[in-house]
Design a protein around this ligand. Structure first.
Ligand code: SAH
Ligand code: SF4
Ligand code: F3S
Length: 453
């Protein structure tokens, strides 16, 4: 383990930074660390891109459209850099770990000052100082993951809920996915480091923790003294924390002891995000997911029978190479059987360097879109039906503040992750657990009224 020293390079006058983050919670957490390092250097956060002294784009490349967004935004910065030559533009994240991309960005967007990757975010202060002294684009990408760096400063986005990464990387190599190439192999953090971080969060008033990893169920396999289920039980004991969540669970590794830990730990919420990707066994095989449709349905049955009122959510890819109408109807059938509370649906996107990107049986775009729409329609109808069951029921909500869409209402989530907007309370309830009676269930949100006791 490497410890990083406090940064000694401070800026003199008030300088502003702006970070834009694409992609998953891993990237969001990385951005919080980038922000922490900049704050340590004396920079102040800004929400206005055009007024900032340093702009960082923390990129994602899980699908092609994530990359298009980055290129579009980089193009927009050209004029800004021209009008403010002192502006520092940095690009980081998963996209930079792909071969050829940093060089392409340097060539096509010469106004970019610094390019770095996912394995060396801790190097930001030094790269920034070097860049302030030089002129041409600075590229520093590490091909392989180094030691886990503990102790990086972190400037979190919220003050009630926090992400805590428990492991980095992924060993699964699903054939469609770029993540193992951009994030390296699985590495677990030491349990002590994790628990200490959560205790510190608790002392600062945080109430909800989400344990993060590409496949949290394989936590500890490289440590030999701790499993994910055991970690859940330890986290459950941290005083002051009210709720514990985790993501993502790979179905092949979700063992009985994890299900029991969720059932038995009072703070661990009854919600499992269990990406299925497809309902067709032969597509799952081509995806290298290592379970069949029947295995998955069996696991879901086990979870539902053991954990009372559990919510299940998932990720599904439509139009994987070779997906036939029959395969797709297997996905629809599985979705109807599981009855997910909600699901993230994606149109398959070819990723260069992945095995599936080379398959010759790519599904035509129009067909992918048509299937995607049918799937979304089914998922929405199930979500709506499940939400309707909440009418007149009372749920426990962790209050997060005023609703962004309606400032006369407070907002928060149930233990099962459902968004609730409600009347009858004021901002002082932020961070508290309250009971809310649901008056009007909608497809995405439950509307309700605070129950005062
Ligand atoms: N580690 C997590 C999620 C990783 S990426 C897991 O294994 O579940 C988040 C989601 O993006 C994946 O679950 C998958 O549904 C989707 N995804 C990944 N690669 C994709 C691709 N090439 N095209 C479309 N969707 C993809
Ligand atoms: Fe990608 Fe599969 Fe790893 Fe998830 S488990 S990050 S989908 S390779
Ligand atoms: Fe994207 Fe990287 Fe996450 S590719 S989904 S930001 S791990």
């Amino acid at each position: 383990m490497t410890k990083l020293h406090e940064n000694e390079n401070k800026v003199d006058k008030k300088k502003l930074y702006y970070i834009e983050t694409w992609g998953c919670q891993m990237n969001e957490e990385d951005s919080e660390k980038l922000a922490g390092m900049l704050e340590n250097m004396g920079y102040t956060k800004s929400n206005v891109r055009n007024e900032s002294d340093i702009i960082i784009f923390n990129t994602c490349c899980v699908r092609e459209n994530a990359e298009f967004k980055v290129y579009g935004n980089l193009g927009e910065l050209k004029a800004l850099k021209k009008s403010n030559p002192d502006l520092i533009i940095a690009v980081s994240g998963c996209m930079m770990q792909q071969k050829g991309i940093p060089e392409l960005i340097k060539k096509k967007y010469p106004h970019v000052d610094i390019i770095f990757g996912t394995h060396n975010i801790h190097r930001l202060p030094e790269l920034l100082n070097n860049s302030l002294q030089g002129k041409s684009t600075l590229i520093e990408i590490w091909d392989a993951e180094g030691d886990i760096i503990e102790g990086l400063p972190i400037q979190r986005e919220g003050d009630i809920k926090a992400f805590v990464t428990i492991m980095y990387g992924c060993n699964n190599f699903c054939t469609y996915c770029i993540v193992p190439y951009t994030r390296g192999r699985e590495r677990s953090r030491e349990p002590d480091s994790i628990i200490n971080e959560i205790k510190e969060l608790s002392s600062k008033g945080y109430k909800e923790i989400t344990l993060l990893g590409q496949n949290v169920n394989s936590y500890g396999k490289d440590l030999n003294n701790m499993s994910f289920a055991e970690l859940l039980r330890l986290v459950n004991q941290v005083e002051g924390i009210e709720r514990v969540r985790f993501m993502t669970s790979h179905p092949k590794d979700l063992t009985e002891d994890v299900i029991l830990a969720v059932k038995e730990c009072d703070k661990v919420c009854e919600h499992i995000h269990l990406p299925v990707q497809s309902g067709s066994t032969q597509i799952l095989k081509k995806m290298n997911r290592k379970y069949s449709k029947e295995d998955y349905l069996g696991l879901v049955e086990k979870i539902k029978s053991k954990i009372n009122g559990v919510a299940l959510t998932t990720d599904i890819i439509v139009g994987f190479p070779g997906e036939t109408e029959e395969d797709f109807s297997e996905t629809l059938d599985l979705v109807s059987k599981v009855e997910y509370d909600s699901a993230y649906t994606f149109i398959y996107s070819v990723r260069k360097g992945t095995p599936a990107g080379k398959y010759e049986t790519q599904v035509p775009e129009t067909l992918k879109h048509e299937r995607f729409n049918r799937l979304v329609e089914l998922i929405n109808s199930i979500s709506e039906r499940k939400n309707r069951e909440f009418k007149n029921k009372t749920v426990e909500v962790l209050v997060e503040g005023y609703s962004k869409s309606d400032e006369s209402r407070l907002t928060g989530r149930t233990r099962t992750g459902k968004l609730v907007n409600f009347t009858g309370g004021d901002i002082n309830l932020t961070g508290k657990l309250v009971n809310v009676k649901i008056t009007e269930p909608q497809t995405w949100t439950l509307q309700g009224q605070l129950i005062c006791d």
